[in-house]
Design a protein around this ligand. Structure first.
Ligand code: KG4
Ligand code: ZN
Length: 368
C-alpha cells in the first residue's frame, strides 16, 4: 500500500510517498527558515505565504511520474488524477497541532486531491507521527535490499519500548507495547526541549535555528582548557514523575547571561555548552527512568531535538541496558515520511468533508 503524505504544520512544506509504512519512495521538503532568520523566530503569516508557493512544486517532486508544469492551472488536475490513480492508494495529511495558516495549506490541498481522485484520506496527529520516523528506511540501495532493511527495522525494535518525542513544541514520553499500541507517560509542564534550545539561543544572539546554533557553538567550548565556567540547573531531573519543565532553565540562563554585557567568544561557547548539557542530561535521565520503570527493551528517539549529536552520544555512553534507535537527522526534523508511516500503522480513513485543521490538537494519550 502506497501513501502520499502532506505535512505543513510549521515552516516546512513536505510531501512524501511511503510504501507499507516502511519504505521511502520519495521525500520532498522545502523550508522557509532562512526568511524567518532575521526576525529571530518563525513568523506564522510569512510561513503560510511561502507554503502556498511551495506546496505544488513539493507534491510534484514527491509524486513519481509528475514533472515541471504538470500541475499548473488550468490543466493540472488531469495529470494529477492520472498519476495518483495509478500509483497511490491513500492520502495522509497532518491536521494538527500546528500553525493554523500553515496547516490549512496542507489540509485543503490534501482534501482537494482526495476529492478529485476519490482516494481515501487519513488525518494524522503530527506529534505522535514523529515516533514512526524510526520505522522507515530509504530506497536508495535498490528496491529489494531496502525492503529487507525496512523489515529489519521492524524486527530489531523489540517491544515494549519507550519512545521520546522531542520537538520544538513537544517533549513527550510514550510506552509503546507494539507498533499500534501506545500509552502516554508524561510530558513537559511548560516549555518543550526544542523551545528551550530556541529561546536560550535567542538570548545568546542567535537567529531562528536555535538548536543547531547551540549545538554548533557548544562544540567550540574546550572543557579542559577553558577558564570560564557557567552552571545551570537540570529542572525536575530528580523528580520521580515522567514530566519535564524547561521554562526555569530559560530564566536561569537569563539571570546568568545579564552578568556579561559584553560576552567574549569563550563565554558564549561556555553558555551554549552548558545549555546543551542541561537539556540533554534531563532528557536522558527521564527517558532511562521510564525505561527502567517499564522494563522495556528498546528506546526510540524522534523529533527535531533528536538530531542533536550530543543527545545521541549521551544515550550511547550512559546506557548499556537498552537498545537505542534514532532516525537519521533529516528524518528527525519535520518531513512527510513519518506522517505516511503513522497513517499506515495507526490511521483511520475519513470522509474528506470531515477533515479539518486543528491547531491545538492535543497529544493522544491512549492508542490501542
Ligand atoms: O520536529 P521539529 O522539526 O518541528 C516541530 O515539530 O517542532 O523540531 C524543531 C525543533 C526546534 O526547536 C529546533 O531548534 C530543534 O528541533 N532542533 C535541534 C537540532 N535540530 C533541530 N535541537 C538541538 N540540536 C539540534 N541539532
Ligand atoms: Zn515536528
Amino acid at each position: 500500500m502506497k501513501i502520499l503524505a502532506i505535512e505543513t504544520s510549521c515552516d516546512e512544506t513536505a510531501a512524501a510517498v511511503v510504501e507499507d509504512g516502511t519504505r521511502i519512495i520519495s521525500n520532498a521538503v522545502a523550508s522557509s527558515k532562512e526568511i524567518h532568520e532575521k526576525y529571530g523566530g518563525i513568523v506564522p503569516e510569512m510561513a503560510a505565504r511561502e507554503q502556498l508557493k511551495y506546496i505544488i512544486p513539493v507534491i510534484t517532486e514527491a509524486l513519481p511520474g509528475l514533472s515541471g508544469s504538470d500541475l499548473e492551472i488550468p490543466n493540472g488536475l488531469t495529470p494529477l488524477r492520472t498519476v495518483v490513480n495509478k500509483t497511490i492508494d491513500a492520502i495522509a495529511v497532518t491536521v494538527g497541532p500546528g500553525l493554523i495558516g500553515s496547516l490549512l495549506v496542507g489540509v485543503e490541498t490534501a482534501k482537494t486531491i482526495a476529492f478529485v481522485t476519490g482516494k481515501p484520506i487519513i488525518p494524522v496527529n503530527h506529534v505522535l507521527a514523529h515516533v514512526y520516523a524510526n520505522f522507515v528506511s530509504s530506497s536508495s540501495e535498490g528496491q529489494n535490499s531496502s525492503r529487507a532493511q525496512s523489515r529489519d527495522n521492524l524486527l530489531t525494535i523489540e517491544f515494549p519500548a519507550i519512545s521520546l518525542v522531542v520537538s520544538g513544541g513537544h517533549t513527550e514520553l510514550y510506552l509503546m507495547e507494539s507498533m499500534k499500541k501506545l500509552r502516554w507517560l508524561g510530558g513537559t509542564l511548560d516549555d518543550a526541549a526544542g523551545e528551550a534550545f530556541d529561546k536560550t539561543a535567542r538570548l545568546l544572539g542567535f537567529g531562528a535555528q536555535g538548536g543547531p546554533a547551540i549545538e554548533h557553538t557548544a562544540l567550540k567550548f574546550r572543557v579542559k582548557s577553558s577558564k570560564f565556567r557557567v552552571s545551570l540547573p537540570r529542572p525536575m531531573i530528580g523528580d520521580e514523575s515522567l514530566n519535564f519543565s524547561f521554562s526555569g532553565l530559560k530564566t536561569a540562563v537569563m539571570r546568568e547571561w545579564i552578568k556579561y554585557p559584553q560576552p567574549s567568544k569563550e563565554v558564549i561557547n561556555a553558555f551554549a555548552h552548558e545549555i546543551q548539557e542541561a537539556i540533554t542530561d534531563v532528557l536522558v535521565e527521564k527517558t532511562l527512568r521510564a525505561s527502567r520503570q517499564h522494563n522495556v527493551r528498546s528506546i526510540l528517539l524522534s523529533g527535531g531535538v533528536a538530531a542533536n549529536t550530543r543527545l545521541r552520544e549521551k544515550f550511547r555512553v550512559k546506557n548499556s541496558a537498552f537498545r537505542v534507535f534514532v532516525p537519521p537527522p533529516a528524518l528527525c526534523t519535520d518531513n512527510a515520511v513519518y506522517i505516511a508511516s503513522c497513517a499506515h500503522f495507526l490511521g483511520k480513513p475519513q470522509d474528506w468533508r470531515k477533515i479539518a485543521a486543528v491547531p491545538d490538537l492535543s497529544v493522544e494519550k491512549n492508542i490501542s
